[in-house]
Design a protein around this ligand. Sequence first.
Ligand SMILES: *[C@@H]1O[C@H](CO)[C@@H](O)[C@H](O)[C@H]1NC(C)=O
Ligand SMILES: *[C@@H]1O[C@H](CO)[C@@H](O)[C@H](O)[C@H]1NC(C)=O
Ligand SMILES: *[C@@H]1O[C@H](CO)[C@@H](O)[C@H](O)[C@H]1NC(C)=O
Ligand SMILES: *[C@@H]1O[C@H](CO)[C@@H](O)[C@H](O)[C@H]1NC(C)=O
Ligand SMILES: *[C@@H]1O[C@H](CO)[C@@H](O)[C@H](O)[C@H]1NC(C)=O
Length: 290
Amino acid sequence: MRNKLYNLKLLFLVNLVYSHGVVGYNPVVIIHGVLTGSDSMSNISKRIQEMHPGTEIYSIPRYAGWSSLEPMWRQIEEIGEDIMAIGAAFPGGINLLGYSQGGLIARAILQRFPEHNVRNFISLSSPQAGQYGTKFLHLFFPDLVCETVYELFYSKIGQHTSVGNYWNDPFHQELYFQYSEFLPLVNGEKKLVNGTQYKDGLTKLKKLVLIGGPDDGVITPWQSSQFGYFGDNTTILDMRNRSIYETDAIGLKTLDKLKKIITHTVPGIPHSMWHENQTVTDLYIIPYLD
Ligand SMILES: *[C@@H]1O[C@H](CO)[C@@H](O)[C@H](O)[C@H]1NC(C)=O
Ligand SMILES: *[C@@H]1O[C@H](CO)[C@@H](O)[C@H](O)[C@H]1NC(C)=O
Ligand SMILES: *[C@@H]1O[C@H](CO)[C@@H](O)[C@H](O)[C@H]1NC(C)=O
Ligand SMILES: *[C@@H]1O[C@H](CO)[C@@H](O)[C@H](O)[C@H]1NC(C)=O
Ligand SMILES: *[C@@H]1O[C@H](CO)[C@@H](O)[C@H](O)[C@H]1NC(C)=O
């Protein structure tokens, strides 16, 4: 009898310790980039498990390969449901990491599902402020030309591709506002008629980690990985000099004032190496997983 009681108490204690995160780390959900799948993220997964033994990792397999070009909102809805289900299984919270397009999907999921329980979000070279560059375009559409592709992307048909959804042509901003069904909404540049604000899901984060660098070569301008972008005269403005920040449209200023935004600018990393380079994982990702 005494023994049984003791076991129960022990079990209770173990549960208490686990549910308060004293032992082990909270799970990590990973969203891959375009034209690849969850396998491409295996180096990061393995390294996290090596450094933080026992961490549960969920690498999202959805929308791999060509299907990664399907519209952003479709991917956000479906992967968002996965993240909400994983979060529900871990009341202590989860961490979220997205690479390239996956980081933009991840960020919009936080906004679209503000009731999430993501603690820390890491954006690994993702076009958070949009994309306007030949190299990126030619990954999928080798025959299209950066200067004129707006004619395709800023149309009903063009909005059926993920890339069209976040193509942000600095020379055709009026068409961008008119046609883009995704980026101006999640970046608070265009108000929704029903008054929805995509803010609460971001301001509740513990940490927003933005990783990118000048030798990326694909994300253009590379500052987009840290919410910087072309200004009116195509000089590149840092996040803090842009109206998305100044008006606190999606909560970046709020987070920043609370010292919850961390930016890492890492030179020498081409776009295809962010998720392969172990130094990047060790120095700029793992420290934020708790
Ligand atoms: C992982 O790292 C190894 C080198 O440590 C590299 O050869 C490999 O291409 C990387 N990527 C994947 C997806 O395994
Ligand atoms: C407002 O519109 C957006 C986009 O169409 C939708 O996702 C959201 O659920 C709507 N919010 C309300 C409160 O109806
Ligand atoms: C471009 O715009 C920025 C910010 O609006 C301003 O600081 C800069 O002087 C402008 N540059 C030119 C060449 O007009
Ligand atoms: C951006 O803002 C900082 C101050 O926050 C200022 O020093 C800098 O000149 C600004 N840069 C541009 C391009 O506006
Ligand atoms: C990984 O990145 C670091 C810089 O952060 C660099 O020094 C190193 O050479 C890179 N490793 C590989 C294999 O590219």
